[in-house]
Design a protein around this ligand. Sequence first.
Ligand code: SF4
Ligand code: SF4
Length: 237
Amino acid sequence: MRFKCQAGCVTCCQQKGFVYLTEEDIVRAAAFLGMSAADFERKFVYRTTNLRRLRTPRDAQCGFLRPDGCSIHPAKPTQCRIFPFWPELVEDRKEWEKTGEWCPGIGKGELVQIEAAFKCLKSELGIRPIYHQLEHRVEAHILVAFLAYCLTVTLKHRLQAHAPGLTPRAVLEKLAAIQTLDVWLPTTDGRYLVMPRYTEPEAELALLLHQLKITLPKQPQPRLVAAPAGATPQLKM
Ligand code: SF4
Ligand code: SF4
């Protein structure tokens, strides 16, 4: 997907909807305006048990919007800063294209492979925005998405240098063949020897790793643990 915000455009700030806030958003915007967080909240924030959002004035979508743009631009809320890279947009091509009907930045600029990063890494972790009710989970979601994006971009650059022609997604699909598992071996004294192991890559995958100059870490050291409750060791000597 391509995106480049267009100078002078304020269309996203004029859309119907609410601007939700994190506690940090409130502190940052208040400091920018030279007021206390409590005063900022009294004046600009509508708070419910779990959520905070900017109050919406009668005559506009956002009270901070001026003809020349956002009047708190350097301290604008996270939701505004990360638009249009909202999970519900980057994970759904139709929604992304629908947003592109009014956001002139969509479809312009450099190719951003954030969608792949969101899909392949975040979905595996099972933390999707629909499950988030708590602020720390929302922030964790943004952090993981950002890390996923950084990893994908790093991989893309490495591929350009060492294996042009391969995409990050194709490489991640190949790397998925490497699995990790714990081998539990009962010992004569009733405990278990646990050996965490990753599967050795096949020849083709080993060649790809070599080409990308990626060295897998050593197999982790085994460890001795007490038998889990209810386990019946099979080893008899
Ligand atoms: S509508 Fe799109 S291009 Fe316009 S300001 Fe918002 S993000 Fe930028
Ligand atoms: S806070 Fe600023 S960026 Fe966010 S909607 Fe309002 S004017 Fe736009």
